[in-house]
Design a protein around this ligand. Structure first.
Ligand SMILES: [Zn+2]
Length: 256
Protein backbone atom coordinates (compact mmCIF):
# COMPACT_ATOMS: atom_id res chain seq x y z
CA UNK A 1 0.00 0.00 0.00
CA UNK A 2 1.22 3.49 -0.90
CA UNK A 3 -0.84 6.23 0.67
CA UNK A 4 0.09 9.91 0.37
CA UNK A 5 -0.37 12.24 3.34
CA UNK A 6 -1.51 15.24 1.31
CA UNK A 7 -1.27 17.80 4.12
CA UNK A 8 1.33 17.58 6.87
CA UNK A 9 3.41 20.18 8.69
CA UNK A 10 6.64 18.20 8.93
CA UNK A 11 8.72 21.31 9.70
CA UNK A 12 6.80 22.13 12.89
CA UNK A 13 8.89 21.65 16.05
CA UNK A 14 6.84 18.64 17.25
CA UNK A 15 8.06 16.61 14.23
CA UNK A 16 11.11 18.31 12.73
CA UNK A 17 13.71 17.11 15.22
CA UNK A 18 12.89 13.42 14.77
CA UNK A 19 11.89 13.47 11.12
CA UNK A 20 13.88 10.32 10.20
CA UNK A 21 11.91 8.24 12.74
CA UNK A 22 8.61 9.86 11.76
CA UNK A 23 9.15 9.01 8.08
CA UNK A 24 10.35 5.47 8.88
CA UNK A 25 7.20 4.76 10.88
CA UNK A 26 5.14 6.33 8.09
CA UNK A 27 6.70 4.07 5.42
CA UNK A 28 6.14 0.99 7.62
CA UNK A 29 2.46 1.92 7.90
CA UNK A 30 2.14 2.22 4.09
CA UNK A 31 2.15 6.02 3.96
CA UNK A 32 4.99 6.52 1.50
CA UNK A 33 4.49 10.05 0.15
CA UNK A 34 4.04 13.43 1.82
CA UNK A 35 3.04 16.97 0.95
CA UNK A 36 4.52 19.19 3.64
CA UNK A 37 2.85 22.58 3.97
CA UNK A 38 4.84 25.73 4.74
CA UNK A 39 2.56 28.28 6.38
CA UNK A 40 4.89 31.27 6.62
CA UNK A 41 8.20 32.27 4.97
CA UNK A 42 10.31 30.55 7.65
CA UNK A 43 8.47 27.24 7.30
CA UNK A 44 8.42 27.49 3.51
CA UNK A 45 12.23 27.69 3.55
CA UNK A 46 12.41 24.73 5.92
CA UNK A 47 9.91 22.71 3.88
CA UNK A 48 11.87 23.25 0.66
CA UNK A 49 15.08 22.11 2.38
CA UNK A 50 13.33 19.03 3.78
CA UNK A 51 11.88 18.05 0.39
CA UNK A 52 15.41 18.21 -1.07
CA UNK A 53 16.49 15.56 1.43
CA UNK A 54 13.71 13.00 1.04
CA UNK A 55 12.21 11.24 -1.94
CA UNK A 56 8.43 11.32 -2.41
CA UNK A 57 8.16 14.57 -0.50
CA UNK A 58 6.68 17.70 -2.04
CA UNK A 59 5.75 21.14 -0.76
CA UNK A 60 2.71 23.41 -0.55
CA UNK A 61 3.55 27.10 -0.04
CA UNK A 62 1.29 29.62 1.60
CA UNK A 63 0.98 32.23 4.30
CA UNK A 64 -1.75 30.99 6.63
CA UNK A 65 -4.70 33.35 7.24
CA UNK A 66 -3.76 33.23 10.94
CA UNK A 67 -0.66 35.27 10.04
CA UNK A 68 -2.47 37.73 7.75
CA UNK A 69 -1.56 40.75 9.91
CA UNK A 70 2.18 40.08 9.75
CA UNK A 71 2.55 39.30 6.05
CA UNK A 72 4.35 42.02 4.06
CA UNK A 73 4.60 42.76 0.35
CA UNK A 74 8.12 41.31 0.47
CA UNK A 75 6.66 38.06 1.80
CA UNK A 76 4.33 37.86 -1.21
CA UNK A 77 7.30 38.40 -3.54
CA UNK A 78 9.07 35.57 -1.69
CA UNK A 79 5.97 33.39 -2.02
CA UNK A 80 5.87 33.96 -5.76
CA UNK A 81 9.54 32.98 -6.06
CA UNK A 82 8.98 29.86 -3.95
CA UNK A 83 6.01 28.89 -6.13
CA UNK A 84 8.42 28.39 -9.02
CA UNK A 85 10.55 25.82 -7.18
CA UNK A 86 10.13 22.39 -8.84
CA UNK A 87 9.38 20.72 -5.47
CA UNK A 88 6.37 23.00 -4.99
CA UNK A 89 3.20 21.23 -6.12
CA UNK A 90 0.53 23.54 -4.67
CA UNK A 91 -0.21 27.03 -3.39
CA UNK A 92 -1.59 27.01 0.15
CA UNK A 93 -2.83 26.55 2.59
CA UNK A 94 -4.65 29.79 2.01
CA UNK A 95 -8.16 31.02 2.69
CA UNK A 96 -10.23 32.58 5.45
CA UNK A 97 -10.55 31.77 9.13
CA UNK A 98 -13.20 33.64 11.12
CA UNK A 99 -12.95 31.27 14.09
CA UNK A 100 -9.81 32.89 15.42
CA UNK A 101 -9.77 36.66 15.64
CA UNK A 102 -6.17 37.00 14.44
CA UNK A 103 -6.84 39.29 11.48
CA UNK A 104 -9.84 41.22 10.18
CA UNK A 105 -11.71 39.76 7.21
CA UNK A 106 -10.51 42.39 4.71
CA UNK A 107 -6.86 41.70 5.51
CA UNK A 108 -7.44 37.96 5.15
CA UNK A 109 -9.28 38.43 1.86
CA UNK A 110 -6.47 40.51 0.41
CA UNK A 111 -3.94 37.82 1.33
CA UNK A 112 -6.19 35.06 -0.05
CA UNK A 113 -6.52 36.83 -3.42
CA UNK A 114 -2.73 37.34 -3.58
CA UNK A 115 -2.32 33.55 -3.27
CA UNK A 116 -4.95 32.85 -5.92
CA UNK A 117 -3.24 35.30 -8.29
CA UNK A 118 0.01 33.36 -7.90
CA UNK A 119 -1.74 29.99 -8.34
CA UNK A 120 -3.40 31.22 -11.54
CA UNK A 121 -0.18 32.74 -12.89
CA UNK A 122 1.92 29.59 -12.33
CA UNK A 123 -0.89 27.10 -12.99
CA UNK A 124 -0.63 25.39 -9.58
CA UNK A 125 -3.43 23.70 -7.64
CA UNK A 126 -4.66 25.46 -4.51
CA UNK A 127 -5.15 24.12 -0.97
CA UNK A 128 -7.94 25.98 0.81
CA UNK A 129 -8.25 26.49 4.57
CA UNK A 130 -11.70 27.74 5.48
CA UNK A 131 -13.14 27.89 8.97
CA UNK A 132 -16.48 29.54 9.74
CA UNK A 133 -15.98 31.38 6.44
CA UNK A 134 -17.45 29.03 3.83
CA UNK A 135 -19.61 31.56 1.96
CA UNK A 136 -16.89 34.22 1.70
CA UNK A 137 -14.27 31.64 0.67
CA UNK A 138 -16.50 30.20 -2.04
CA UNK A 139 -17.37 33.69 -3.31
CA UNK A 140 -13.70 34.65 -3.69
CA UNK A 141 -12.95 31.36 -5.44
CA UNK A 142 -15.81 32.14 -7.85
CA UNK A 143 -13.94 35.30 -8.94
CA UNK A 144 -11.26 32.94 -10.27
CA UNK A 145 -13.59 30.59 -12.15
CA UNK A 146 -11.74 29.08 -15.10
CA UNK A 147 -8.39 30.49 -13.92
CA UNK A 148 -7.36 27.96 -11.27
CA UNK A 149 -5.95 24.57 -12.18
CA UNK A 150 -7.52 22.62 -9.30
CA UNK A 151 -8.88 23.41 -5.84
CA UNK A 152 -9.07 21.26 -2.69
CA UNK A 153 -10.86 22.20 0.51
CA UNK A 154 -8.62 20.81 3.24
CA UNK A 155 -9.66 19.51 6.69
CA UNK A 156 -13.16 19.30 5.30
CA UNK A 157 -16.09 19.95 7.60
CA UNK A 158 -18.90 21.02 5.25
CA UNK A 159 -22.54 20.00 5.45
CA UNK A 160 -24.52 18.24 2.69
CA UNK A 161 -25.63 21.47 0.95
CA UNK A 162 -22.11 22.93 0.96
CA UNK A 163 -20.71 19.64 -0.29
CA UNK A 164 -23.05 19.58 -3.26
CA UNK A 165 -21.89 23.09 -4.17
CA UNK A 166 -18.22 22.15 -3.77
CA UNK A 167 -18.63 19.08 -5.99
CA UNK A 168 -20.64 21.02 -8.60
CA UNK A 169 -17.79 23.52 -8.80
CA UNK A 170 -15.39 20.68 -9.57
CA UNK A 171 -13.38 21.11 -6.37
CA UNK A 172 -11.75 18.31 -4.38
CA UNK A 173 -12.31 17.44 -0.73
CA UNK A 174 -9.69 16.32 1.77
CA UNK A 175 -10.42 14.70 5.12
CA UNK A 176 -8.36 14.79 8.30
CA UNK A 177 -8.94 12.73 11.44
CA UNK A 178 -11.95 14.90 12.30
CA UNK A 179 -14.05 12.49 10.20
CA UNK A 180 -13.15 9.70 12.67
CA UNK A 181 -14.30 11.61 15.77
CA UNK A 182 -17.26 10.19 17.69
CA UNK A 183 -19.34 13.35 17.24
CA UNK A 184 -18.79 13.46 13.46
CA UNK A 185 -21.78 11.39 12.30
CA UNK A 186 -22.98 14.14 9.92
CA UNK A 187 -19.52 14.45 8.37
CA UNK A 188 -19.35 10.68 7.84
CA UNK A 189 -22.65 10.87 5.93
CA UNK A 190 -21.14 13.66 3.80
CA UNK A 191 -18.01 11.54 3.17
CA UNK A 192 -20.17 8.84 1.57
CA UNK A 193 -21.37 11.41 -1.03
CA UNK A 194 -17.91 12.15 -2.35
CA UNK A 195 -16.67 10.14 -5.32
CA UNK A 196 -13.17 8.76 -4.80
CA UNK A 197 -11.83 10.65 -7.80
CA UNK A 198 -12.51 13.85 -5.79
CA UNK A 199 -11.44 12.64 -2.36
CA UNK A 200 -8.05 12.89 -0.65
CA UNK A 201 -6.81 12.24 2.88
CA UNK A 202 -4.36 14.02 5.16
CA UNK A 203 -3.18 14.12 8.75
CA UNK A 204 -2.68 17.90 9.17
CA UNK A 205 -0.07 16.66 11.66
CA UNK A 206 1.16 17.52 14.27
CA UNK A 207 -2.52 18.36 14.90
CA UNK A 208 -5.75 16.30 14.90
CA UNK A 209 -4.78 12.72 15.85
CA UNK A 210 -7.58 10.42 14.61
CA UNK A 211 -9.66 7.90 16.55
CA UNK A 212 -8.84 5.43 18.00
CA UNK A 213 -5.43 7.01 18.74
CA UNK A 214 -6.64 10.49 19.55
CA UNK A 215 -4.61 10.54 22.74
CA UNK A 216 -1.34 9.96 20.88
CA UNK A 217 0.37 13.36 20.50
CA UNK A 218 1.73 14.71 18.28
CA UNK A 219 -0.13 13.30 15.27
CA UNK A 220 2.19 12.03 12.51
CA UNK A 221 1.82 10.60 8.97
CA UNK A 222 1.80 6.93 10.11
CA UNK A 223 -1.52 7.59 11.84
CA UNK A 224 -3.15 8.49 8.50
CA UNK A 225 -3.98 4.80 8.26
CA UNK A 226 -6.84 5.20 10.76
CA UNK A 227 -8.56 7.86 8.68
CA UNK A 228 -8.02 5.71 5.57
CA UNK A 229 -9.61 2.66 7.22
CA UNK A 230 -12.68 4.61 8.31
CA UNK A 231 -13.23 6.14 4.87
CA UNK A 232 -12.64 2.78 3.16
CA UNK A 233 -15.41 1.24 5.27
CA UNK A 234 -17.77 4.16 4.49
CA UNK A 235 -17.17 3.47 0.79
CA UNK A 236 -17.55 -0.30 1.25
CA UNK A 237 -14.02 -1.00 0.04
CA UNK A 238 -11.14 -2.87 1.57
CA UNK A 239 -8.21 -0.72 2.61
CA UNK A 240 -5.97 -1.62 -0.34
CA UNK A 241 -8.61 -0.84 -2.94
CA UNK A 242 -9.44 2.45 -1.22
CA UNK A 243 -5.74 3.38 -0.94
CA UNK A 244 -5.16 2.72 -4.61
CA UNK A 245 -8.01 5.06 -5.62
CA UNK A 246 -7.19 7.98 -3.29
CA UNK A 247 -3.50 7.76 -4.16
CA UNK A 248 -4.41 7.97 -7.84
CA UNK A 249 -6.58 11.01 -7.09
CA UNK A 250 -3.77 12.65 -5.10
CA UNK A 251 -1.17 12.05 -7.81
CA UNK A 252 -3.50 13.51 -10.40
CA UNK A 253 -4.34 16.53 -8.23
CA UNK A 254 -0.74 17.46 -7.46
CA UNK A 255 0.72 16.24 -10.82
CA UNK A 256 3.24 14.02 -9.03
ZN1 LIG B 1 -2.62 22.65 7.89
Amino acid sequence: MNLIDTHAHLTYPELEGRIEDVLARSRSAGVTGWITIGTDPEHIRKALALAERFENMWVGVGCHPHHANEITDADIVFLEQAAQNPRVVAIGETGLDYHYDNAVADTQKRLFRAHLDIAAKYNKPVIIHTRQAFDDSIAILAEYAGKLKKVVIHCYGGDAVQTKLVLDRGYYISFTGTVTFKKSDALREVAKMIPLDRLMIETDCPFISPEPVRRIQPNEPALLIHTAKLLASLHNLDLDAFAEKVTETSKMFFSI
